[in-house]
Design a binder for this molecule. Structure first.
Ligand code: IPE
Ligand code: MG
Length: 249
């Protein structure tokens, strides 16, 4: 008897994007990198607007990494100004449309005004639950894991937990992603094929789609193409594939 065709993989619930290629986009146009970053904010707006209708419920984007501090001061200043640019134009609409915004990453090192803005975006949308937008800002996957380890160590030191209580599930409850479902799909535009310290823990069984488009040019069609590719993946979580042939992935 012929094997049944594999079920298409369901639309991903939780999509993450490394928003990369702003600098190259600007350079190709003979523009300063700052304008590339601003154009990147427009791509984010398009993506957030299109995601819910495509079956995405959680969207996590990499806005500023713990390694981006090594960029020239003027560029860092522009990147630090992007949350204001985004929230000034969009927070009211996000709030109204039921989007819950969360800002992952370390608050240390950010200006008090920026911290206030990130906290306010979270507070103003805390009651929403139709769509979940995580902005990873001053975020690093390794830093997030270190912070989780510190938090657990503090519980042990306070006598509230024992080292042997720690397992994967408990550890995950200390990460920024504690309230999020598993990351299903990680999209990286710009032609680079690496994780760059994004979602290290969460990437365990995520599917990766790399696309040859610079982030400011990322369109709804690119998002649809990534979802289409995702739908053809056979996700096995270390188990047996549909045709019964054992494989490691
Ligand atoms: C992404 O674009 C923005 C951030 C990393 C904050 P880049 O600035 O990395 O753009 P490229 O990689 O230089 O083109
Ligand atoms: Mg880059």
């Amino acid at each position: 008897m012929a094997a049944a065709p594999p079920e298409p993989t369901a639309a991903p619930l939780h999509v993450a994007i490394v928003m990369d290629g702003n600098g190259r986009w600007a350079k190709r146009r003979g523009l300063p990198r700052t304008l590339g970053h601003r154009a990147g904010v427009e791509a984010l707006k398009r993506t957030v607007a299109a995601a819910p209708a495509l079956g995405i419920k959680w969207l996590t984007v990499f806005g500023f990494s713990t390694e981006n501090w090594s960029r020239p001061a003027a560029e860092v200043a522009e990147l630090m100004a992007l949350p204001k640019r985004y929230f000034d134009s969009d927070l009211t609409r996000l709030e109204r449309e039921g989007v819950r915004v969360r800002c992952w990453g370390r608050r240390e090192g950010l200006s008090p005004e920026l911290v206030k803005m990130l906290d306010e975006a979270e507070a103003r949308t805390a009651h929403n639950d139709t769509f979940f937008l995580q902005i990873a800002f001053n975020y690093g996957g390794q830093a997030d894991i270190v912070d989780a380890a510190r938090a657990f160590a503090a519980e042990v030191a306070a006598g509230r937990a024992r080292p042997e209580d720690l397992d994967e599930a408990m550890f995950a409850r200390h990460l920024s992603s504690r309230d999020a479902p598993p990351t299903d799909l990680i999209i990286r535009p710009s032609g680079e094929q690496r994780l760059s310290n994004f979602l290290l823990w969460e990437a365990a069984y995520a599917e990766f789609v790399f696309q040859d488009v610079l982030w400011p040019d990322f369109s709804v069609d690119h998002l649809k193409a990534a979802l289409e590719e995702f739908s053809r993946r056979d996700r096995r979580y270390g188990g047996t594939p549909a045709d019964g042939v054992l494989a490691a992935g």
